[in-house]
Write a protein that binds this ligand. Sequence first.
Ligand code: ADP
Ligand code: MG
Ligand code: ZN
Length: 629
Amino acid sequence: MGTKDGGKKPNPNDLNSFKGFFYYMIIILVMTVLLNGLVFPSALKSQVKEVGYNEFLTMVDNGQVTQVEKDDTNGEIVFITKDSNGKQQIYKTGLWDDPDLTERLYSKGVTFDKVIPRKESAIMAFFTNWILPFVIMIGLGQILSRSMAKRMGGNAMTFGKSNAKIYAESETGVTFADVAGEEEAKDALKEIVDFLHDPKKYSDIGATLPKGALLVGPPGTGKTLLAKAVAGEAHVPFFSISGSEFVEMFVGMGAAKVRDLFKQANEKAPCIVFIDEIDTIGKKRDGSGMGGNDEREQTLNQLLTEMDGFDGRKGVVILAATNRPETLDKALLRPGRFDRRIPVELPDLKGREAILRVHGKDVKMDESVDFNAIARATVGASGAELANIINEGALRAVRMGRRVVSQADLEESVETVIAGYQKKNASVSENERRIVAYHEIGHALVAACQSNSAPVHKITIIPRTSGALGYTMQVEDGERLLMSKEEALNKIATLTGGRVAEDLVFHSITTGASNDIEQATKVARSMITRFGMNEEFGMVAFETVTNQYLGGDTSLACSESTAAQIDEKVVAAVRKQYDKAEQLLKDNMPKLHELAKYLYEKETITGDEFMEILNLSPDQLTTTRMETN
Ligand code: ADP
Ligand code: MG
Ligand code: ZN
C-alpha cells in the first residue's frame, strides 16, 4: 500500500527532487547534442537558402540547377543545384510571372514536373532535432522508471512521491510466550503494551511514556521477534520498515518514506512503528557538508523531525532495533526520542534451555533428549543459532530415517553449528590422523590435569568442513559469569597442550595449532590490556572494545613503548603456560599414548571414556608410542 504525499509544508525533499529533475534534463541535453552532432551531422547545416530571381536564372543558365518546383501556394520557386563536386543544395526564390521560364528550363534539361522533397523550415528542424528527442527520451525514462519501480517495489523517478512499502500487520501472531528468556527486555516492553492498551490511563495522570525504545543486542537474540511480540500482545497495527529499505536509488526517497510512515501511523494510532536495523540510517552524521551521504542525512533529519512532531500521548510507540548502538547519532538518543534503551543480550544457561524448549515444542523428540545438556554445550549461542540447532537436529533425524529426534541428533547439530559439517571422505593420511589424535589428547589431558578447567565432554578426530581436523569439546557444569586469573592461565595452557603433545611425541610441529595459537594470544593479551591481570601494569585498560555486539573488535590506545612491553608480556605469559603444559604431559606420558591410541582407533570418544582411561592405574596402561611411518 502506498499513499500520495500531502506535501503542504515546504520540504527539503522537494528541493531534492528538483535537483534530480535538473540532472535528468542535463543528461538528455547532452545526449541530444551528441546525437545531432555525431549521428546526423547534416541536420546541423542550415537548410533552404533564399536567392534572388536573377541569380536563379544565372544558375539555370550555368547548368547548375537540376530540378525545379513551382510552389504556387507559397508563391515561390524551390530548386536544387548541384556543383562540380556533385554536392546538392536546395534554394528558393520568389515566383515571377516569367513565360520564358519553362522554355529555359527545358532547354537546360532541368526536371520541373516533380515535387522537390525539401527539407523542413528552420522551426521544423529545430523541432525535430531538439524538441522531439527530448520528448521521446522523457517518455522512455518514464516507461523505464515505471517498469523498474514495478520490479523493485519502489519508484525511481517519480520525483518526490513516495511509495513506501509499509506493512500494517494488525496481528503479528507473535506473543511474549514465543520469546524465551530475555525477561528484563520483556518486562520493559510490557509497560509499553499496557500503555497501548489504555493510553488514557497514562495521560489522565499526566505521564508521558517514552516515545521511542531502542532494542540493542547482538544479532539473532530476538530483537525483531520482541518487537513483533509487542504488537501481538497489544493488538494494535504494526508498521515495520527496515533501515536497509531506506537505501534508495534516488535522492529524497528515504525522507519521503519516513514522512509517509509517520503519516500512516498517526492515522492508525494507537499503533507501533518498528524501524529495524536503524543503524543504516541513524549513523553519526559527519561534519563534512560536501559529498557525504546526503541521502542518509536527509532521512535521518526527517526521522528526527517526525519524532519531535507527533504527540506522544496519542499512542504511537516507536521501537527500533540495532546491533551497533555505538554508531548511532547522538541526536537519536537524546530525551524525547529513543531515550529508553532495552538491552537484548545473548541468553544465559537458563535462557538457552528455555529457547530450546520453545523451538522444540513442535518437534517430536524421544526421551533421551536433554535440553539442559545442550544448553550447557552452547555457551555464547544466540537464540537464532539455538533455533537452528533444533532444526538441524530434526533434519538429521529425517536423513537417518527416524521419526523422532534423539539427543545424538542435537549433539551432532551443535557440532555442526560450532565446527561445520563432518567431512567423511576427506583424504587425511593415517600419519596425520595419528598426529591429530595426539594433538587433541594433548589438549584434553592438560585440561584434565589442571583444577579449574571445564570437564572434557567429547574428543573427535573426524574432519569438519570448516577445516578443523579434530577438536576437543569442554562443557562447563553450570553458568560461568566470571573467569578468574587462574582459569584464564589454565585456558592458555590447555590451548598450548595440542602443540606440546606434537612436539613431545614427534619432535616436529605442524600448522594444526594455528587456531589454538590465535586464541591463546587473544586470552593472554586481554588479560593484560583489558582485565588488569598483570602485576606490573595493574588496573589500566589499554584496549577498548569498539563494537560490543559484532565480533568485539578492540582498539589499542597506549604509547608505542607500552605496546612493545605488552607484546613482550604476552609472549612471556604464553611461553610460561607452554612450559607448564609440557611438564604436565611429560609427567603423564603413558596416559597420553594410551588415550591417543584409543582416540585414533575410535575416532570419537566421550568425556566418560576419556576419564575411565585417565583413571586407570599405571600397570593397566599397555600402549607405548604409536609409531609413525
Ligand atoms: P535479531 O532481530 O535480534 O537479529 P531475530 O528476532 O530476527 O533476531 O531472531 C531470529 C530468530 O531467532 C527468531 O525468529 C527466533 O526464531 C529465534 N530467536 C531468537 N531469540 C529468541 C528467543 N529469545 N526466544 C525464541 N526464539 C528466539
Ligand atoms: Mg533483526
Ligand atoms: Zn588444537
